[in-house]
Design a protein around this ligand. Structure first.
Ligand SMILES: [Zn+2]
Length: 162
């Protein structure tokens, strides 16, 4: 499934974002369309404009987004790699926060898209989505808000308000 998606991404349909959005709203199980809809490629040119904020928020999690005790939280490797982290949270394996759905694929920097990973698993991750449950994308709580933010950007663009 993800391979199928990646193939389609390499051959992005020359389709208007709004048309795709309307299609997706008629068939909300269309994962490939959804992945295209939230892809930053749709708005990367817009967020370079001063005053326009990135629908994903800041690039990095910080304490204002996610306050954690980095020594207490356990590596959540199972969500990404499909197995429980065997490492103890020793000093050299302090917990990092990363995006569950990668920022580079449109994942926002917010608590519901955060994942705790030990240093080693964080280094392994590299935006890997292969072990993420496909249907999880449809159930992310941030999805509707992100789509509506991108829709607003697209509307402004269409109206030439930038
Ligand atoms: Zn780990």
């Amino acid at each position: 499934m993800w391979e199928n998606y990646i193939k389609q991404l390499n051959n992005l349909p020359v389709e208007n974002w709004e048309n795709l959005y309307n299609k997706f709203n008629k068939n909300k199980n269309d994962l490939v369309s959804l992945m295209i809809l939230i892809h930053p490629e749709n708005y990367n040119h817009l967020i370079k404009i001063p005053g326009i904020s990135d629908p994903r928020g800041n690039r990095y999690f910080d304490n204002t987004v996610f306050s954690i005790d980095r020594n207490q939280n356990k590596c959540d490797s199972i969500k990404i790699f499909g197995y429980i982290c065997p490492l103890k949270n020793s000093d050299e394996n302090k917990i990092n926060i990363d995006h569950l759905w990668p920022f580079s694929l449109g994942g926002p920097t917010e608590v519901s898209n955060g994942i705790f990973l030990c240093k080693i698993h964080n280094n392994f991750k590299h935006n890997d989505i292969h072990n993420i449950d496909e249907n999880l994308l449809l159930n992310f709580t941030w999805l509707e808000e992100l789509l509506s933010k991108i829709k607003n950007l697209k509307n402004f663009e269409k109206q030439g308000l930038f």
